[in-house]
Design a protein around this ligand. Sequence first.
Ligand code: ACO
Length: 331
Amino acid sequence: MSRGGIGATLRGTGLEVPEKVVTNADFEKFIDTTDEWITTRTGIKERRMCEEGQNTADLAAGAGTRALEEAGIDPLDLDVIVLSTATPDHLLPSTSCEAQALMGAHNAVAFDVSAACAGWLYGVKIADGFLRSDGFETILVIGAEKMSAIIDYTDRTTCVLFGDGAGAALFGRSGENGSSILSTHMQTDGRLAELLWRPAGGAARPSTEETRAERMEYVRQEGREVFKNAVLQMDTSSRIALHRAGLTIDDIDLVVPHQANIRIIEGVAKRLGVEMDRVYVNIDRYGNTSSASIPIGLDEVRKRELVGEGATILMTAFGGGLAWGSMVFRL
Ligand code: ACO
């Protein structure tokens, strides 16, 4: 829990998604699926996909620049960039450094965090810690993903789920009002790693002709197991975060959950005892954008003025690792 003092307060948000829209009907043309199956089983109608040459760092820089603009911060005055991604453009350097160069934030320190769909929330927690130490004043936390680069478009059980995009939030020191982070909960379970992973392409199993023939560089998942764990852990984690904040679900103005599957979101909402009119949903338009999904949602919630300044929101995420977490946040 981080309350009081000089922690993070939100000063601006931004999002960037590719212009190219891929609808469920587009998938019907090249895999054995239907709009009806995708819609009823996932809630997804369309997602965005990068054009050739458009990369994770481009999306990150676009979202980050918008957040800086809203906050009125010159890129040269930015202190830290924390970038969450499961789809780095290169394994070296970090994508945050590439985004830093694109944004012209040449005085910042930049690094990536890797916690799959939960990564952006972990990044915000890191930002809060940085703001409490060493004189850092402005920190940009970005979630950016080019999921289309790691998805097997011959596997109907995964390819329809994901989309590309980025969201970002600019945090400053909170001054006398204390941190806007009222509480957090985070947990991982590496024993379940192979429920959602990419078997090859890393240092343990570098890409070879054989791994490529077996399509081992792409995301593989046990969909039903991931689904069950997601509902259970997002609910449990949300409850722990609420308890730590001394609040109940009735005190929350809006839940902004990770968008993986509408049935997961509805399952979590039901367990938490919150009606869907207090849960933000945009999965129909973007699919699962992994760690970009919560900051994209947060930007839309703010720009559409669905809740006002001072509102209390609950953000909760779950993904590969397995890694999950929740945060109660005052806007
Ligand atoms: N189109 C048509 N049929 C399909 C498709 C498709 N795109 N995908 C799977 N099917 C078929 C299956 O092959 C299966 O057919 P079979 O019975 O003949 O074998 C049938 O549909 C049912 O498959 P299930 O896996 O039981 O379907 P389920 O209702 O569990 O939905 C899904 C699958 C959507 C993957 C669901 O399990 C899910 O969303 N799991 C969570 C996965 C996830 O979100 N991962 C993202 C990362 S983690 C995160 O962000 C939380």
